[in-house]
Write a protein that binds this ligand. Structure first.
Ligand code: ASP
Length: 342
């Protein structure tokens, strides 16, 4: 049976086309998608599109966009075999991370893609990214199940788990990296699926549940040489936050100065503190150095090898689900949707 795919167009560089008159980049009319990307007609796939109004640069993404995306997918879940979301690259890793936690019980592909050059440009990477994302979204195994029933990002021939991805380059076509998790698939002459890494549902017929109530009272403290007590106090003890991601050095270390530890201890009494390393790969391990051990004693939870993007999304969803911080802390330690290596 022919697969059916919904392309959801939110905005971003991919959907721009150069106006032949004034050469300005303008949003592209996606109702004409099949004419603009004729390669898509070669697949035996039925394609529908949904265009956001207004289209946005992804630097303007708010959690409300994630709630809207999750609702759109839930309402059309039975009608489509897969979903391709066209999104700006700047916050694509945040949005893909968020949807991975919000779409619980997902058994169909939800693939984010975009491009570094607009789809109307001769050297665009947008066509290749879009065509491959659609092919992967439509791919099924011999039992008729989706090949990649996950939230993912397709970019420059690689498919990454959404909540393991990070924007890595502002100008290269390989804009994304997933340092702690191998690609889920690779598009060469054939598309090679990495079935040892892809997560499959234990029950393919389980219903899709949306976790749409997000508690966004999170801030991020990036430690750095020269950081002052005022800055640390403002971020860690701010009344408007319920959780703080502390971006630490190396394997989860921060300064050992008494003033810093005093503030962390005070904040840890009422807030969720999550330790995420500033390193691009590798994991937090607060047992190695004395500086890490003191953070652990102050109640800071290990983020293991989670990305900051995924940490933010995980906190938003867990805090939306659980009113008590003890449960949030306990669940942060669990690998919920493949976001940490444990
Ligand atoms: N600023 C753009 C956006 O994220 C960049 C892009 O699409 O690549 O929407």
């Amino acid at each position: 049976m022919t697969s059916s795919i919904l392309i959801i167009y939110t905005g971003g560089t991919i959907g721009m086309k150069q106006d032949p008159v004034d050469l300005a980049l303008r949003p592209f009319d996606f109702s004409q998608i099949l004419e603009e990307v004729p390669e898509l007609k070669k697949f035996a796939v039925r394609i529908d599109s949904y265009t956001f109004d207004p289209l946005i640069d992804s630097s303007d993404v708010e959690p409300s966009l994630w709630t809207k995306l999750a609702g759109l997918i839930r309402d059309r879940y039975d009608r489509y075999d897969g979903f391709v979301i066209l999104h700006g690259t700047d916050t694509m890793a945040y949005s893909a991370s968020a949807l991975s936690f919000m779409l619980d019980g997902l058994a169909k592909p939800v693939i984010f893609t975009g491009s570094q050059l607009p789809i109307g440009m001769p050297r665009t990477d947008g066509k290749e990214n879009l065509v491959s994302a659609v092919e992967i979204a439509a791919a099924k195994d011999a039992d008729g199940h989706a090949m990649v029933p996950e939230v993912s990002i397709f970019f420059d021939s690689l498919l990454f788990r959404g909540n393991r991805s990070t924007k890595y380059s502002a100008e290269d076509f390989n804009a994304f990296a997933s340092p702690d998790c191998p690609p889920l698939a690779e598009a060469g002459i054939n598309i090679r699926y990495n079935r040892r890494v892809i997560r499959y549902p234990s029950d393919w017929s389980q219903p899709l549940t949306i976790h749409g109530d997000l508690d966004t009272r999170v801030s991020i403290l990036k430690v750095h040489p020269g950081i002052t007590p005022q800055v640390v106090r403002n971020i860690l003890l701010g009344e408007e936050t319920r959780a703080v991601i502390i971006e630490t050095y190396g394997s989860g270390n921060a300064l050992s100065k008494p003033w810093f530890l005093d503030i962390v201890e005070e904040a840890g009494r009422t807030k969720v503190l999550l330790n995420v390393t500033q390193c691009k790969s590798g994991t937090v391990n607060m047992d190695i150095y004395a500086t890490g051990q003191t953070l652990k004693r102050a109640g800071v939870v290990s983020g293991y090898d989670i990305t900051t993007e995924a940490a933010l999304a995980k906190l938003f969803v867990l805090m939306g689900l659980h009113a008590d911080n003890a449960t949030v802390k306990a669940r942060l330690e669990e690998d919920l949707f493949g976001e940490i290596s444990k």
